[in-house]
Ligand binder design. Structure first.
Ligand code: EPZ
Length: 527
């Protein structure tokens, strides 16, 4: 079927419809991006250029887009050249890697971005708001964009604010569906967080099971049990969780005990209970700062919540929530990762936009390695490295214990500390993959289940060597980037589709303090 339409591409060159047909036939990404190109001939394809397809090699770049390393865009930030992060971004992150020249001292100050894990829960919470909402300090992440798509799939509108790219404008006043689309949900585990607000708002919802990921099975039994305690009828069928509010037509406040202080399950029960009938008391809840931020957001739009940040949360149900503006907290895990980048390279570093209280366990462990951390006024700190990093032991625990999301980064740090260390992961059963990659870089360690035994730097050996390594999850990839900063020679880190999910321009931030980190296309990389 040959189409006689002619298309005007952004570069002004006239495109042959046939060319687009070929692309449509051959390139799954082009299809994903332009699903309707064969159905509505009127719609002009936005700014897709053949060169973005796997078949085409990327040109040698002077100014590179951080996602696609493409040089034809004037600005490095995807959102600034209206590059909408989605599958395409994942694909392109998969096609790029970081090349790191190690051994460089870092210097300067970095502003920490908004917290991914707070922003995702708050985005889900916006589904309860019957008026428009503006969220500030929202990081520019693939996960945040994907959560936006989940909300759009039930009829919400989600836009980046044209004036402030770190703000999101959301309008969930007119939802058109009570169940998110499968396409949007499968891209993001945290999408399961919409089950509480959609059930409470619509009285019923069906949300696909998020399934496991590289770090563990990650069941959602505690989420389901929490909703059942509020009177919901829940059935899991063919990989989908179907929930309805039961005969009274609304959820009912009640006592909920969580067997484990799960972050996600706590968030689900809070979001379901804020518009339930009566009072809910949730015990053994998670106390993470992201939980407190979600509760503060919900209170700012009319909810009645007490005790967030403690072991027991009490909620008085209200009829509905309004809209407003809210600013997301800074990302304590990004702050921790940047602090380790300074410690592992023996560099002085300043961080701004931090909340000291959120960093207590991380700072304590850094001090045990010999670092000094000086807090300057209420949202800045300075790290001063020791003459020699000392070993220490790490055991991950729910907050306020040491965060599992910092385990990998500290493992990288302790591979270059003097003396042996033990790193024990207790929150997720499969979060040790980075240990094998660190071994590739010369780290002397062994792993037994979820515990790693590190030899650290010894008299007769020590230090990391540059190598080609690949991350298989978000924090594991970040740990390999940090190891590359300390390693001798060149390290090539693959797995940026994981990194870009949770770090807002990490490579740019590291470059801004003197690191030699370059995002290169795998198609152009010469081994
Ligand atoms: C949140 O995941 C974070 N993700 C994770 O960050 C973080 O590692 C984790 O909390 C712990 O702090 C987001 O907020 C989007 P959990 P979540 O429920 O909610 C088990 C990152 O790197 N469990 O507290 O999934 C579960 O299997 C990510 O940014 C059940 O058994 O964590 C795990 O072993 C990774 N049944 C443990 O509890 C349930 O119903 C902790 O999970 C729920 C959880």
């Amino acid at each position: 079927m040959v189409i006689q339409h002619r298309y005007k591409s952004p570069s002004g060159k006239v495109q042959q419809a046939q060319q687009l047909e070929n692309l449509y036939a051959k390139c799954p990404l082009f299809r994903a991006r332009n699903p309707s190109i064969l159905s509505s001939r009127q719609r002009l394809p936005p700014r897709w250029k053949p060169a973005n397809c796997r078949k085409y090699t990327l040109p040698s770049a002077n100014v590179k887009c951080r996602a696609c390393a493409d040089s034809r865009f004037s600005s490095t930030s995807p959102s600034k050249h209206s590059h909408k992060p989605n599958n395409e971004e994942n694909f392109l992150s998969e096609r790029t890697m970081l090349q790191i020249h190690g051994g460089k001292r870092l210097e300067g100050e970095v502003k920490v971005s908004g917290a991914k894990n707070a922003a995702l829960a708050i985005q889900a919470g916006c589904l309860l708001c019957e008026q428009p909402m503006v969220l500030h300090n929202v990081p520019d992440l693939v996960d945040v964009a994907n959560m936006g798509e989940v909300l759009q799939s039930v009829g919400a509108s989600v836009e980046r604010d044209g004036h402030d790219s770190n703000s999101l404008v959301l309008n969930c006043s007119e939802l058109t569906s009570s169940s998110p689309s499968l396409e949007s949900v499968v891209k993001l585990r945290a999408s399961f967080l919409v089950i509480g607000p959609l059930l409470a708002r619509n009285g019923e919802t069906s949300v696909p099971l998020p399934g496991g990921c590289a770090i563990g099975a990650r069941p959602v039994n505690l989420h389901i049990r929490g909703l059942e305690a509020l009177g919901a009828k829940v059935e899991v069928k063919d990989g989908v969780v179907h929930a309805t509010v039961g005969p009274e037509g609304t959820l009912r406040g009640s006592r909920v005990y969580l067997e484990y202080p799960s972050v996600g399950a706590t968030e689900t029960v809070i979001m379901a209970a804020v518009v339930a009938e009566g009072e809910t008391v949730i015990e053994n809840v998670a106390q993470e700062p992201e939980i407190v931020d979600l509760a503060n957001f919900l209170v700012s739009v009319g909810a009645r919540i007490r005790g967030a940040g403690t072991k027991v949360i009490t909620i008085q149900g209200v009829r509905s929530l309004h809209g407003g503006e809210y600013t997301v907290i800074p990302d304590r895990v990004e702050a921790g990762t940047l602090l380790v980048s300074a410690a592992i390279t023996y560099s002085n570093l300043w961080l701004s936009s931090i909340v000291p209280a959120h960093l207590t366990s991380i700072v304590t462990k850094l001090e045990e390695t010999g670092c000094q951390i000086k807090f300057k006024d209420d949202n800045r700190l300075e790290l001063i490295p020791p003459p020699e990093l000392l070993s220490t032991d790490i055991r991950t625990l729910p907050y306020p214990g040491f965060p599992t999301d910092m385990q990998a980064q500290f493992m990288a740090l302790l591979t270059v500390a003097k003396g042996p260390s033990v790193v024990q992961e207790t929150v997720f059963e499969g979060r040790m993959a980075h240990a094998l990659e660190l071994q590739q870089m010369g780290a002397r360690l062994s792993v037994a289940e979820s515990t790693a035994f590190l030899e650290g730097i010894q008299e007769d050996h020590g230090g990391l060597q540059g190598a080609s390594v690949a991350g298989s999850d978000l924090r594991g990839t970040a740990a390999l980037v940090l190891a590359g900063l300390a390693a001798e020679g060149i390290t090539k880190v693959q797995g940026l589709q994981h990194l870009d999910r949770g770090y807002d321009k990490l490579d740019q931030k590291l470059r801004s303090i003197g690191a030699s980190v370059e995002r290169i296309s795998m198609d152009n990389a010469k081994d």
